[in-house]
Write a protein that binds this ligand. Structure first.
Ligand code: SAM
Length: 229
């Protein structure tokens, strides 16, 4: 697969969304200096754009391979909290599917990566995301972004709904529960990382566990679910 073209500002966003992209010394600096200085200074001035770009591509290619068996040509896809959207870009390109993206359009001053009770945290910029998609060969025919705080969400049935390290990882599934009831079909597959996979046995008839993170502070499972009850 072709690597991504990423500019410096977009690479900065990728680093805020995926801290595993930064090298261990910078990660330690984050612990020493605190999250405010990390998001306002370190992520802006101390990163190597081409290194981040390469690592981000490999990370997203891996995520793509992890969920590929649920994808098919021309599906309608929703992504909740895509970040800049490397995974979604690869799906749109390889499967010619249309992707709707719901995201925040601001960057919190002091990013906290834990469970966000009020769901106030955001670390994206929809203008940069738009440029990232187009610069990497995905035209607006294949994607549309919705600002979580200001836009009406798309009201159509989806084949696949993806949310990596966002819904039920940083904030409660209930934020989207009523909306999801409107856009899920019985065979819609929802793929997301959650810190409480057992809970979803009450909400979906079928659940596959497709990834487990046991070595992080925030232990989670990636589940693919269908047949919403
Ligand atoms: C840890 S990042 C993960 C980004 C991407 N999915 C990935 O795997 O690289 C979490 C993303 O969720 C977004 N986010 C936070 N609250 C959200 C909400 N209510 N709806 C949609 N996106 C949200 C943040 O702005 C951020 O880009």
């Amino acid at each position: 697969m072709e690597r991504f073209i990423i500019d410096r500002h977009t690479a900065q966003l990728a680093v805020l969304q995926r801290t595993e992209l930064i090298s261990p010394p910078l990660r330690n600096l984050r612990k020493v200096l605190g999250r405010y200085i990390f998001s306002q200074f370190v992520s802006k001035y101390l990163i190597n754009t081409s290194e981040i770009s390469n690592k981000y591509f490999l990370l997203m290619e891996n995520e793509y391979l992890n969920i590929k068996k649920y994808l098919a040509k021309n599906q309608t896809i929703l992504s909740i909290g895509s970040g800049i959207g490397g995974l979604e870009l690869l799906i749109a390109k390889n499967f010619k599917s249309h992707i709707s993206l719901i995201e925040k359009n601001y960057i919190s001053k002091k990013i906290r990566y834990g469970w966000d009770i009020k769901n106030n945290e955001g670390y994206n910029n929809l203008k940069l995301q738009n440029i990232f998609f187009k610069r990497n060969g995905v035209s607006e025919k294949f994607f549309k972004a919705y600002d979580f705080d200001n836009d009406n969400f798309p009201e159509k049935k989806f084949d696949i709904i993806i949310s990596l390290y966002s819904l039920d990882y940083h904030y409660n599934f209930d934020v989207y529960k009523d909306y999801l009831k409107k856009v899920l079909q019985p065979n819609t597959v929802m793929i997301f990382d959650t810190i409480r996979s057992e809970y979803f046995k009450k909400l979906f008839k079928n659940i596959d566990i497709i990834k487990e993170e046991n070595n992080t502070v925030h232990k989670s499972k990636r589940i693919a679910c269908w047949n919403f009850i």
